[in-house]
Write a protein that binds this ligand. Structure first.
Ligand code: IFM
Length: 743
């Protein structure tokens, strides 16, 4: 396992900075809701997700609620289902606590809710809920729930509830583990074994198709009252129950210390989980909190970005970083962050280009060891990428559009039409959205540029870049015009699929081939043995290197008048957008929903930046004038409000580069609100991880204008008018840098 590797000096510096973190407006560290709205419960479950980079749990109530989507996921615990569904298995419900008061079961759909607050402390990852509830019997109960996932180690979590009432009440509590959980209708677990005693319960389950063992264990303590515990439960549900009479205004606290260990991490997960839970119970809540809080402070000291003069922006950015920190693989290099993180069922936890293009960069700059883990996930997936290339008749490594446990392509070929779920729509991305191979190479090169981690490049990164180049060179076809073309592809703008010569794809392919030539030269010069071994393994000889240059030089690169790039062949001939319709503030659906999947392809409306995405990632391709020209053309044609959640943050950066920070701020707000305000009405499926990573990029690369150059870094700030300050740290070649931009 790879653990975060803090040197003593770095830890000392972080401790110092941690004190400063508490300063400022405490509200910008708290996500709070003061009422429970049934209609918003799935959204709330998502945004109140907590975790530790290995294990996440949605903010679902301990006691459950009708219509909820309770879920907890752990990196690596993939399972397959017939018709090629691969997803992380929802873990047995380990955070549940059921309560009865004079026989009335506590749940918010019964009785009367008198008071409710749910709050997530982003600084420590503790989720709290306090409420007053009038039971059907008339007794008024005060409950205070708290839970956290230990940020200092991969397998522990804890939940507790304090209970007080206004009158003498007979209380029954039940805390246990429950294997009868589902992934929106799919069942992934077989029960292997279970056990329960007076204070502890454990459950051993196994995924149905992949055969991954998982052990959950809990230790339960009750403080403030004498009560006998009873072990019990049913098949797959070991429990510990307490019954007692609670006197008025005498609080009792039920604490559940949990450990979850998979067979990937331990030879005997049951022994490991039961041992860890026992150890946690021995150490106690406060000790576990102290360890977890300290790990959080260290992470925040390296990650936090301070925005002065805009509490909404500050909270949104911290929330986004929190969501990335809890999902990013801190304890393993065999996992990465899925498009919807570990906070919901959306996209079945599959890893897209979202990860390398949007989520890896914040880590490359702030916590490079985590970025490295995410890039290593791709290296471990090389066999799947090579198989995909081979199946398509190519050489090299063609990375899958969607990736899960093995690195094989897992994009579904069909999906239900959201407008009419009796119909199926063909999904082309897995077949022809090929740009992801270059996106991964870009992330590797960016990581290398900022970290200077030659060892990673030599051992792993070069292989990712080089074998990707082998793929591009073998897939590019020279046509009668003497140029190499990529026909029938999908670029970032997925409103237009099956297009020819997408500018983004072709330019990135050419960039990838040239970059691979440079990497090959570096490897041959600095690590000749590794070059000899890798070039032999990947069949890269002098002719192959020449071929890369030839393909890059003769790549068909569409250039329009005045530097205006045509997004793909034929784009300019499409019907232009109806600006009034596109910018209509009353519109609540995407332009694709309005025009239909085929209809939208006949217009110039973009789902997300495509040419501008290219300009964002490879700015050296654009002169200032060309950038202004492309920005002026493509930005107004983009469905910023209801298109892809990936778009707004990048549009914010591009607006800054076009000298329009106030427009950039409007785009920034769209990204900031994507999940907090559920603008696309699908946050219940999980956090939009790319938007979260993009938000950091909007602030750091856009408003602060940070640029790492060959011999250092500089900033070209462009703050929105009302921002007073942006301050953040990043690591440049192992040395911590502090950037302060003041208005
Ligand atoms: O990868 C994205 C794509 O760019 C737009 N559709 C959603 C995918 C997953 O977030």
């Amino acid at each position: 396992m790879t653990y975060p590797n803090l040197t003593p000096e770095r830890a000392a510096m972080n401790e110092l900075h941690a004190d400063g973190l508490r300063a400022g407006d405490p509200a910008t560290w708290q996500l709070t809701e003061d009422a429970f709205a049934v209609g918003a419960q799935l959204h709330s479950e998502t945004v109140f997700t907590i975790g530790n980079g290995q294990l996440c749990v949605r903010g679902s109530f301990e006691e459950g609620h009708p219509g909820d989507h309770p879920a907890s996921f752990m990196h690596g615990v993939w399972d397959d289902m017939p018709v090629s569904v691969t997803e992380l298995a929802n873990l047995p419900r380990w955070w549940g606590i059921d309560l009865w008061f004079d026989g009335d079961r506590f749940r918010l759909d019964t009785g009367r809710l008198l008071d409710f607050t749910r709050s997530l402390d982003l600084l420590t990852g503790v989720l709290s809920r306090s409420l007053r509830w009038e039971a059907p019997s008339g007794a008024v109960v005060e409950l205070g729930f708290e839970r956290f996932v230990d940020f200092s180690s991969p397998h522990r979590a804890a939940v507790r509830v304090s209970i007080a009432t206004d009158r003498a009440v007979q209380v029954r509590t039940r805390a246990g583990l429950d294997a009868h959980v589902e992934n929106t209708g799919l069942l992934h677990w077989r029960v292997v074994d279970q056990g329960a005693g007076d204070a502890a319960a454990w459950l051993h389950t196994r995924t149905r198709a992949t055969g991954i063992d998982l052990a959950c264990a809990c230790e339960v303590t009750l403080d403030g009252v004498e009560a006998d515990a009873t072990a019990g439960g049913t098949d797959g549900v070991p429990t510990i129950e307490h019954s007692f009479e609670l006197q008025p205004r005498r609080a009792v606290v039920l604490t559940k210390q949990v450990a979850i260990v998979s067979g990937i991490d331990a030879a005997d997960p049951v022994a490991e989980a039961t041992g860890l839970a026992r150890e946690s119970a021995g150490a106690g809540w406060d000790a576990l909190r102290a360890a977890s809080d300290s790990a959080w402070l260290q992470a925040w000291a390296r990650t936090d970005v301070v925005i002065g003069g805009d509490p909404e922006a500050q909270l949104a950015l911290r929330f986004s970083l929190f969501q990335l920190l809890i999902a990013a693989p801190r304890f393993t290099e065999n996992a990465s962050i899925g498009a919807k993180t570990l906070s919901g069922f959306g996209y079945r936890h599959h890893v897209f280009w979202d990860t390398e293009t949007f989520m890896v960069p914040p880590f490359s700059y702030s916590q490079p060891e985590i970025a490295r883990n995410m890039l290593m996930y791709r290296w471990h997936g090389l066999a799947g990428a090579r198989e995909k290339a081979r199946a398509n008749g190519h050489r090299g490594a063609q990375f899958p559009w969607e990736s899960a446990g093995t690195g094989a392509e897992v994009t579904p070929s069909w999906m239900a039409d959201p407008g009419d779920r009796t119909k199926l729509i063909r999904v082309w991305a897995g077949d022809i959205e090929i740009h992801i191979t270059a996106d991964i190479a870009l992330a590797v090169m960016q990581y290398w540029q900022v970290t200077g981690d030659d060892a990673f490049i030599c051992g792993y990164g070069a292989e990712l870049v080089l074998d990707g180049a082998v793929f591009w060179a073998s897939a590019a076809k020279r046509e009668d015009d003497g140029s190499y073309h990529f026909r029938n592809v999908v670029g970032p703008d997925e409103y237009h699929d099956r297009v020819d010569d997408n500018a983004y794809t072709n330019h990135l392919a050419a960039w990838h081939l040239r970059t691979a030539g440079i990497v090959a030269g570096w490897l041959a010069g600095h690590h000749p043995e590794r070059w000899a071994q890798l070039s032999a393994a990947l069949a890269i000889d002098a002719a192959e290197l020449d071929h890369w240059e030839t393909v890059a030089a003769a790549m068909y690169l569409p250039v329009g008048t005045d530097g205006l790039l045509e997004q793909f062949t034929g784009y300019f001939a499409l019907r232009d957008v109806d600006v009034a319709e596109l910018r209509d503030p009353a519109r609540t659906t995407s332009m694709q929903q309005r025009y239909g999947f085929e209809g939208i392809t006949e217009t110039q409306v973009l789902k997300q930046p495509d040419v501008l995405m290219l300009a964002y990632l490879l700015p050296e391709l654009f002169t200032g004038e060309a950038l202004a020209r492309n920005y002026a053309y493509y930005d107004p044609r983009t469905d910023h409000e209801h298109g892809s959640s990936l778009g707004p943050a990048i549009s914010a950066v591009m607006a800054c580069r076009a000298g329009q920070p106030e427009v950039g701020y409007q785009h920034f707000l769209r990204a900031a609100r994507a999940d907090l305000r559920d603008v696309r009405h699908n946050a219940g499926d999980g956090i939009h991880g790319a938007s979260a990573g993009g938000l950091w990029q909007a602030v750091v690369f856009g408003f602060a204008g940070l640029e790492v150059i060959a011999d250092g870094w500089h900033t070209t700030p462009m703050l929105p008018k009302h921002w007073t300050r942006v301050e953040f740290g990043f690591e440049h070649r192992g040395v911590r840098q502090r950037v302060v931009v003041e208005a």
